[in-house]
Design a protein around this ligand. Structure first.
Ligand code: ATP
Ligand code: MG
Length: 571
């Protein structure tokens, strides 16, 4: 491509709306433009990178034995009603009506569609296993679209769905996807770590996320400082800290006027917040649920939802619900005499002695409270693990880092096949539901994440595998005929060898061209300048190192070496 023909405009200024490196750099380098909140148009330069990532994904999915499909993004509501997700998906789903008032949605994901395809096309165990994938645009009306294409309302996802005859088959399909994902992210130059993730009511070690560490990530990832344990905080198992054993003392109601927060209580009772338990009240669909954790702990809402089974909506209760449950204003809730549908007690609280809780009466707390003697509840792990606590695998210290999810692999089991009556005839002649897995990669989010991991103050530094162009050729002085002619020759020659080249033949100062090539992140730069008289050009790598003066006949060898260094093939 010649820059003089290309529709691209780079920006020197950082656009005000962009907060993170990838967002800023994609706008500045002219890779994409915003159309509305969370909705972007991809310009030629950005689209090239997107297609390169898609090609890597496609190749590895095909290598893993998956077959490419393309389903419609417009999906009739009937399919979603069968699985029960037409209601459950809530406000994140873009819903539309056709001219006959029939309901459709713009697919946020495609479990229902692929389960429908399987039930129509697969009749016998002989046709299994099958793994179907597509690379397609998804639509989600995110509550907070932000960070450009990191969390957008329209994005490209690779989604795959595996169908097996039994659990063993699913385990194999899942492992294959796990391997394929490792290869995909490696080839994209992305340092992504596989971590255990929450798999909702299904439970077990049935779900893993591929996370990239990032300060702007919206997930907390727990890592062990010693062993390989890594898990999303939603899932990471918290080990209870056992309190020192004490004789049980008599229950005691204490007047605590205007003392509502844990901090106030600490001062009032002059004790550590490890001696207190908070009782938080939630509205969970049409139930009221109270959750108790130690005073210094945080409730993990995912663990709470999993303990309760199928949950659509979980939120902190409003004042009215609190008043009904406790008979008091917010701040005085406690387990004794509380009127809720369910009381969940974190196992740490169940193991405490003589602790302090709210008295369910405005202005009062209870002292010397003990689980079992004074109240009952369902005991479990309902809290977030915190930095410095024990790893559930080896007992060493854990740490927590922010991360962004780029991929997710999930053993669905028969959740959708049962709901949608998707069955096949097994070897024994019996009709059985497919055992399914689903596997997603955020392709556009991967693109932004690569930039997050590969940039400097001058712009993007693309790994060669996904770069929009491998090489940029810069003509230092466009008025010098010899320079222009030689640059064109090098350009044609490299292109004939399968190298993707961007020839900057614009009538601009060399400095401007250098800056643009750096901003766009083209991995190799060849400058054709005055030395072309002696058949020499300048060669420079975007990722660093010195500029070299080389002979024109060395150019291809130089480039080839870079390809080989990155494990890539060239003709
Ligand atoms: P998140 O927790 O970030 O919202 P999710 O759990 O909703 O992600 P999945 O439904 O598993 O995501 O979707 C598969 C992949 O699609 C994710 O791993 C992520 O890379 C990508 N993805 C999800 N939502 C968005 C979005 N709004 N913008 C860009 N990519 C997204
Ligand atoms: Mg989401």
């Amino acid at each position: 491509m010649k820059m003089s023909n290309m529709l691209v405009s780079t920006l020197r200024e950082v656009p005000a709306e962009a907060e993170i490196a990838s967002h800023k750099l994609m706008l500045r380098s002219g890779m994409m433009r915003k159309m509305a909140a969370g909705i972007y148009n991809y310009m030629p330069l950005g689209l090239k990178v997107l297609k390169n990532i898609e090609d890597i994904v496609r190749e590895e999915m095909n290598n893993a034995g998956a077959q490419e499909f393309l389903a419609s993004a417009l999906i009739p509501s009937e399919l979603w009603k069968e699985s029960g997700r037409w209601e459950a998906y809530g406000a994140e789903m873009f819903r539309v009506k056709d001219r006959n008032e029939r309901d459709f949605c713009l697919g946020p994901t495609h479990e229902e569609v692929f389960t429908d395809i399987a039930r129509n096309e697969i009749k016998s165990y002989k046709q299994l296993p099958v793994n179907l994938y597509q690379i397609q645009t998804k639509y989600r009306d995110e509550r907070r679209p932000r960070f450009g294409i990191m969390r957008s309302r329209e994005f490209v996802m690779k989604d795959a769905y595996s169908f097996d005859k039994d659990q063993l088959g699913l385990d194999l399909s899942y492992d294959k996807m796990h391997e394929a994902y490792v290869k995909i992210f490696n080839r994209c130059g992305l340092d992504a770590k596989c971590v255990e993730a929450d798999s909702g009511a299904i439970g077990g070690s049935n779900s893993a996320e591929f996370m990239v560490k990032s300060e702007v990530g919206e997930d907390d990832v727990v890592f062990c400082t010693s062993c390989n344990y890594a898990a999303n905080i939603e899932k990471a198992i918290a080990t209870p800290e056992l309190a020192e054993k004490e004789e049980l003392r008599d229950l005691n109601k204490v007047e605590t006027p205007n003392i509502k927060t844990i901090e106030d209580l600490k001062n009032f009772f002059n004790c550590s917040n490890k001696k207190m338990a908070k009782t938080l009240i939630y509205r969970v669909d049409n139930k009221v649920v109270a959750v108790m954790v130690r005073g210094d702990r945080e409730v993990n809402e995912t663990k709470v939802a999993n303990a309760l089974g199928e949950v659509i909506e979980l939120e902190m209760a409003n004042e009215e619900i609190v008043k009904n449950a406790t008979g008091a204003i917010t701040g005085f809730a406690g387990p004794i005499g509380i009127k809720v549908d369910e009381l969940l007690v974190d196992e740490e609280v169940a193991n405490m002695f003589n602790f302090i809780v709210g008295a369910n009466e405005t202005g009062y707390h209870m002292k010397n409270v003990n689980f079992k003697r004074d109240f009952q509840g369902k005991v479990g792990d309902y809290r977030n693990i915190t930095i410095g606590e024990k790893c559930p695998c080896c007992g060493c210290e854990i740490t927590i880092a922010r991360g962004t999810e780029v991929g997710h692999i999930f053993k669905l089991g028969t959740k959708y096949s049962e709901a949608m009556n998707a069955t096949f005839i097994d070897e024994d002649g019996k009709s059985k539901p497919f055992v399914m897995g689903c596997y997603g990669i955020g392709v556009t989010r991967t693109m932004a994440s690569i930039i997050e991991q590969h940039n400097d103050e001058n712009g993007i530094i693309w790994p060669l595998s996904v770069a929009p162009y491998h090489v940029s050729i810069i003509v230092a002085n466009i008025k010098d005929e010899k320079q222009v002619k030689s640059a064109e020759e090098i350009y044609t020659n490299l292109r004939s060898k399968g190298i993707d080249v961007l020839l900057d033949d614009r009538n601009e100062r060399a400095g401007v061209k250098f800056k643009d090539a750096e901003l766009m992140g083209i991995p190799m730069r060849i400058t054709v300048g005055k030395k072309i008289g002696e058949n020499q050009v300048e060669f420079k790598l975007r990722k660093g190192g010195d500029m070299e003066v080389i002979n024109t006949d060395e150019i291809f060898t130089k480039i080839k070496k870079e390809f080989l260094n990155e494990g890539l093939k060239v003709q």
